[in-house]
Design a protein around this ligand. Sequence first.
Ligand SMILES: [Zn+2]
Length: 451
Amino acid sequence: MASHLCVPVDGLKADTKTPDLLNASLVCKSFNELTTRRLWRVVRQALHYRRDDPKAMPSVPLPKSKLRHTKDLQFLIGFPGAATCRHNLTDESQEQLDVRLSETVNTILDAFEDGQIEEFSWHVEDCIPQCAIGSQGILSTRHPGLQLLAMSSDTSCQGPDPADLAKGLDAFRQLRTISWMLPSAANVRHLALLFKNNAEHLRDVELITSPGDIVYGMSTGLRAEDDELSSEEGLREFMIGQVLCAGVPAPLEAPVFPAIRKLCLDEVGVDERLGLALNFETLEVLVLHGCPGWGLAVESAARHGGKIRLREFELYAMYSVAVTDFERLCGFITAFSGLRSFCASMDGSLRSAPMWECLAGHHAATLKRFVHCQQRIPETDDWPNLMECLWPAAASSNEARIDSDMAPLQLGPQGSMLKECDLEFLGFEATQSHMVNMILGRNSRTRSPSS
Ligand SMILES: [Zn+2]
C-alpha cells in the first residue's frame, strides 16, 4: 500500500484541501492513479528556515512523477515571526540566507517543465529570490505564460535589486490575476509595470498596501531618490494614475480593464477615475477596505458605469463618513440591481435608514447576504440605531433616540424593511454588552456602557 501513496510526502504537499479526494487516493492503486492528476495540480511548499542557522533549511523531496501534473505552485510561511525581510539584516547571515533560500527555491522550480507553471504564489515572510523572478529568474525565463501571480513583500525592504525584479516581472504579459500584499515603494513601480502590461485581460486584482509604512520608509532614507513616492499624496496619485488606471492618461474614454471581474483594495487611495477605469458590465465583486476617496469612486461608477452587474459589494470606511459620501453610496446602490451580498462597516453616528431602504428597494429580489457594522465612535456612547433596529420595544423608553425614520428598519414582529429579502445570512457587529442586550431584549440604556 505504502508504495503508491501519493500524499502527503514530507516537504512538498499536494492539494490537501480536498480531503475526500485525498481519502479516495488511499483506497487502491487504481484510485490513486485516478486522483493523482487532480491532487497534484496544486502544490504548496512551506519554507521553514531559521535565521540563526540558514543551513537548517530542510531539503525538499521532489516526487517528479507527481509534479508533472502541477500547474499551481505556492510557497508559504518563511521565517516565523520575522519583523523584516532578510535584506534588512545587517549581519553576515543575510548572505547565507540568500544563498540557502535561492538554492532551495531554484531546486524546486527546476523540477518543472518549461511553461508548466500557470499560477505562482509567494506568501513567504521574506522577499522572493532573484533566481525565481528576475532577468535570469526561472519563472521569468521559463514560465512567462504565468496567469496568476500572488506576491507578499516587506514595505521597508532595501533589496533585492529593483531593476532586476522589474526585468523579471516584465516577462509576464498573460496575467489574469494579480495579488500583491504589502508592496514597498519599489514594488509600487513594479505594480505599475504589471498593470500596464496586463490591463487588457486582467480579471482578478487584490492589493493590500500600507501607505504610511511606505512613506515612513522613504522618509527614513529608504529609496530616498524616488521623490514621487515620498509623500502619501504622491503615492496615492501614483497608485491611481499608474496602477489603477494602468498609466492611461485622463480623461479615460473607455474602461482600462475591460475584463475585470473582481477588485479588492485595502488602504489604496481611489477617486473618480476608478469608476471610469473599471468595466462594470464584467465586474462582479468590489471590495473597498479603508480606501480614501471611495465616495468619489462610487459616485463616478453610478454616473459612468453603464450597466452595472455587480454581485458583491463590501465597504469598510475607516474614518468618519461625510454626509456627502453617504449620499454618494446611496446613489451608487440605487444605480443598479442584482446584488447578492452587501457588507458595510461604517461610522456609527450615521443614520442607516436611507442605505437600508436603497438596498431593499433595488436588491431585495437577489440579496442573500447582508452584513452591517456600525463602528463605535470612541468619544461618545452614541451607539446609534442598532438597538432600535433590532429591538424597537427595548429602545422605546428612550423616545429622544427614536424617530420615524427608524420604523422601516424594525426586524421584530412589526416588520422589517429587509423582510422582502430572502436572506441566507444576516450579520451585525456590536460591542458585547449591546449584543447581549439585543439577544435578551433588554434596554441597555439603563446600564453603564462598557465595550
Ligand atoms: Zn527584502
